[in-house]
Design a protein around this ligand. Sequence first.
Ligand SMILES: [Zn+2]
Length: 495
Amino acid sequence: MKQYRPLVSLIGMVGGLLLALPAEAAQFRTWRFDPQQNRLEFSTDAAVQPRAQLLFNPTRIVVDLPGTTLEQRTINQAVGGAIQAVRIGQFDAQTTRLVIELAPGYTLNPDQVVVQGETPQQWVVQLPPPQGGTAPSASTNQVNATPIAGAATQVEGVRTTPDGFFIRTSGASPNLTVERASDTQVVLQLENATVAAALTGQTLPANSFGVTTWTIQPVSAAVPTLQITLTVPANSTDWQASVSNGSGIVVLPPRGVAIAAVPASPSGAPAQAPAEASPPIAVQPPPPAPVVPPQPEPAIPSTPAVPPPDSSIPKQAVTIVIDPGHGGRDPGAIGVGGLREKDVTSTIAYDVARILQQSGAQVILTRSDDREIGLEPRVQIAEQANADLFVSIHANSISLSRPEVNGLETYYHSSGNRLAQVIHQSILSLVTMPDRGVRQARFHVLVNTSMPSVLVETGFVTGAQDARNFNDPAWRSRMAQGIAAGILQYAQRSL
Ligand SMILES: [Zn+2]
């Protein structure tokens, strides 16, 4: 259709749109978790100031984005290994919450988590290698004590509870003093106490509630005294220990641990001290907002210096073929006011490709200009590229005498069923239009591609409402964002 502008100016308009949005109403845009590098990257369409903390039970990193809304459904991606899952949801009306949940038995040092703004809209959460997953070694979880006859209290064992730890004792009620011996050590002193015979050789519960190691050892004193030392995160305050019921000691961790920013020196610049009035949760501030919106860096994972210890194959960037329907002498359907399907599919598909590329995907367009291309060559492009996903973008039509027929249809043939569902829902979360459902059909490009493939009928060029929307650059941009977000969601969960 004639009023379409070239792609370059469309991108310019999108950029202008983003700048115009007020800072206190950011929208969550893209994210990816790189399990090889333990790194979460995300972006919003306006500046955000994340707040981060380590919470327990289950152990998880929580990053809140105040003033940010999530326009998609809640995301829940299983990761595997030390990182169990990444979840993204709307915590309350104003806050999008990102959660990186660790597998049971793992913890990580929150002092080593870096939350850093690359720009005010683009952030990286870099995790240290999680600790745990194997039985704690004797050298780090020692019971360096042998029972002493005559001590009033015996320590029988240590176990984790939903709230913290319980140190079970027998004999007299423990005579306890608690001391924060250093930044990273909580020391419990039990006077007139010793270890029970059964405790020697037990495995102490490391890697829970931020505690990496336990040691239990006698200290020289007038009476037998046992010292129990927990190694805790430096930023964790408010550890509490108290005698419970005369038969043990309850150790309660803080609810969470603030995640401090490790001063980053990306270009070898000297590390900077944190700002004076640092908030409870320090976050590495992004550089000042640039006047021109920055071109987001494609989030391409670099090869890890050391291969991961497990045998899993490092995940390569996914390859996605985007197929703009029709082109050249084949205009596709002609709709209201001469609206041509090929123009609709081009602008939306190019925008989808751009968004996917910015998210680190490798994208191949079956055509990147207005040319005619057959259906079989489109299939061949995907097969030869060994693509992971194939998404064809079309617009629907029915008679011009049926302007009341409008809406979204998403097609698959076989393996594309779930991809179709995810893309369809993602579009509907961003675009208001009639839902005509996910459907199965024997379209050539769906039947003959070997990877999950989907064909999106983005609306009816013959429909009054859809044609009006197709003429609106902002609407087309949202349609493209919906398609791209659906593809990314699927890729992040399934590939
Ligand atoms: Zn078509």
